[in-house]
Design a binder for this molecule. Sequence first.
Ligand SMILES: Cc1ncc(COP(=O)(O)O)c(C=O)c1O
Length: 386
Amino acid sequence: MTEYAADLDALRAREFPWEVQRDAIHFDHASVGPLPQCARDAMAAYELKRAEPHRLGAEDFFPVLDRARALVAALIGATAGEIALTTNTSWGVNLAASALPLGPGDIVLGSRGEFPANVYPWMAAAKARGFTFELLPLAGTATDEELLLRRIAEDDRVKCVALSWVSFWSGARIDLARIGAACRAAEVYFAVDAIQGLGPLALDVRSMPVDILACGAQKWLCSPWGSGFVYVRDALVSQLEPPAAGWLAQAGSGDFGRFLDYDPAWHHDARRFEVGTIPYQDVVGMNESLALFLALGPKRIEAHVRGLTQRLIEWTHHRRGVKLLTPDAAAARAGIVAIATNDLEGDSRKLRAAKLTHSVREGAIRLSPHFHNTLAEVEVALAALA
Ligand SMILES: Cc1ncc(COP(=O)(O)O)c(C=O)c1O
């Protein structure tokens, strides 16, 4: 048994007591992640102060945001100066679509099968800025990486690639390192929607040629709605003009004695992409969840999730009437396992009867277990589906 698995009972009792009491088995992180007790406690304490503002101190404002940027940076191998806090994934996708230097004659390549959050901002920016946004056909249930790489290498109109790290419906994972290297070699920007990948997968942007990475924290990072971030590669930060101008994006925003100077100068780091006040109480919750992830170890979490999904995948190999939409190879998936069955509604009902939270997407049952789930819980799912 790994050290991580040995700690799991204590972790569950401490952070997710409701699951030890068998209230539910949460296999739906691809929709919404539960909040660990440490985040709930911190938010409750903060809410008390928020409700009675005389209790708030200076430490409850900017230091909360500074800590968040530092925690995100530690999680993905970035520097805090490369992180802007956002309230969802879409904000970061819109930043990429509207701030990257793209214009008439340029092509941005996306893929069919993408979640709309990574499609509409590109469509709108293409219309406003005159570039072409093209969706490549899928290869089965995954992005057609071979076609994508050919286009990057052979079509010099291609200036940007915009993809999700992991598909929200099939769970297929793109090869970030391979696509990023091809983009870098061809001087093509690479923008990634990471919300379905970060958490079940560890990430080190130092070894990944990604330019902009957008991520809401509400799913696999087990954080409140309204929390998230966008990573902008260091060398790019100062080159990008913020598409939305905010008072907090200004270098002088920390000086409350000089509000009326109106001296426009963006922050030198990624704070220039922040706009105005964001929900502090949600950031407080995210901070505790991220600290928990870092304490457990992102790589150990990845290995644990792989163990859970591997069991689900192997089960599908021996079942008639069950079709796996998720790629078989561990390197081509993350925490989502999508299973098409002959009776989706009936099977979903059986899972619900076993108190197993899941979702149904694009003709398949989507199971998405995470770091606090157990193999015994996977067996409950399989027994319900048997
Ligand atoms: C791939 C992907 N991107 C983005 C989102 C959500 O975007 P946002 O955080 O902006 O609501 C989802 C899921 O809801 C998703 O699956």
